[in-house]
Design a protein around this ligand. Structure first.
Ligand code: ADP
Ligand code: ADP
Ligand code: ZN
Length: 213
């Protein structure tokens, strides 16, 4: 089963993707994570996209489609979770064509609905374990009091440099302008389910689970 998690920055896509990876053996493909990895390893592409990401604008379709195409050559018996991709209609068309060329299907698109104020609150309180990638949140899922990651015992926590109000304003704008048309696109393809992303993490998990069957 291959699925897309669709939603604005901070909707909880990464959080739910990790739960699906652990629970169902799926493979998470996050273009945001791939781009941050390219940026921190200082590849030409990483250097090229750094300023665009910092400003909260979208990286070119060509770059992200290339990243996804590369990963789809790998095996994923539990299926792929596309997290933060596609973000434009051109990316959605390209993903459709890539899946067809591999004889694979797109089974579900889960739209996670969260209002803007909650997004701002979540993003300005988000942090991540630098060792294992586990997500934390100052309000809803604080780093344990002993300062040790509950998943990997790491103690190096990071905040994303684009998780600030200015960049977030651009990211939200990009979402409404370029990405939200995908809701209608996938509705028409009869693969869309919308879930209330404002609920607690485990309630969102169970809505997604019912949608996936
Ligand atoms: P996205 O990948 O969509 O940008 P994340 O999964 O990183 O979003 O979640 C953004 C922040 O909100 C993180 O700090 C995460 O711990 C927190 N979060 C995720 N889901 C929920 C939820 N259902 N309720 C409250 N906080 C949440
Ligand atoms: P968020 O957690 O805010 O949803 P991501 O981690 O998915 O953000 O993405 C971070 C940044 O990487 C985006 O603001 C954008 O600059 C770039 N990016 C990630 N995925 C894509 C994509 N599919 N198309 C274009 N740009 C992307
Ligand atoms: Zn960790």
């Amino acid at each position: 089963m291959n699925i897309i998690l669709l939603g604005p920055p901070g909707a909880g896509k990464g959080t739910q993707a990790k739960i699906l990876v652990d629970g169902r053996g799926m493979v998470q493909l996050s273009t945001g994570d791939m781009l941050r990895a390219a940026k921190s390893s200082g590849t030409d592409m990483g250097n090229k996209v750094a300023a665009v990401m910092e400003a909260g604008q979208l990286v070119t379709d060509e770059i992200v489609i290339g990243l996804i195409a590369e990963k789809l050559d790998g095996e994923a018996s539990g299926g792929f979770i596309f997290d933060g991709f596609p973000r434009t209609l051109a990316q959605a068309d390209a993903l459709g064509a890539l899946l067809v060329s591999k004889g694979a299907s797109l089974d579900h698109v889960i739209e996670m609905q969260v209002d803007d104020q909650a997004l701002v609150d979540r993003i300005t309180s988000r942090s991540t374990c630098g060792s294992c990638g586990e997500g934390y949140n100052d309000i809803s899922k604080p780093i344990p009091a002993n300062g040790i990651c509950s998943k990997c015992n790491g103690s190096d926590f990071q905040r994303r440099s684009d998780d600030n109000e200015d960049s977030l304003k651009n990211r939200l704008m990009a979402y409404y302008k370029e990405t939200s048309p995908l809701i209608g696109y996938y509705y028409a393809k009869e693969v869309l389910t919308s879930v209330d992303g404002l609920a607690d993490i485990d309630e969102v998990e169970s809505s997604i689970s019912s949608a996936l069957g």
